[in-house]
Design a protein around this ligand. Sequence first.
Ligand SMILES: [Fe+2]
Length: 169
Amino acid sequence: MAINIKRIGHVGFLVSDMDRSFKFYTEVLGCNVTHRTKRPDGSETAFLRFDEEHHNIVLGTAPHGLDVTADGMPVRLIQQIALEVENRDEFLRALAHLRSKGVEPISGPLVHGIEGGGTNPGGSGSRSFYFLDPDGNRLEIFTDAMKVPNGEQFPRAEYAEAVKAYVRS
Ligand SMILES: [Fe+2]
């Protein structure tokens, strides 16, 4: 890559109801608040973080008249936002916590890749489950996604053929 991007630093999206989404991301998902600001026109921006970075998620009020949850939209503009947790313990903890808050997965928990019963040898192998935020944005909590070190192809040559054969059979 010509530019050596390290990772995505934050995602920002427009919400239909700032109070509702703010409550969800802070009280249900446990994000810390770095700053929430309200402008004279009533629009708001909230900078939320997971740990020490200034912000990982930005919520912005949708411009007046723009319905981000409009009927007839088969999918949100955001296909998914995936939030990583440290390990299986934290994964199960997150699942239990969200259930206790009335947030049910829309898919999963599951394991991506052939070890989860799928047929895609390019799957990451992560444990994942998906759920929706108040506007219907699809969120994922995952752990244990496979790394792809620089210079390596994926799946690794040492088992790529075996994986392909397994998927075909
Ligand atoms: Fe994902």
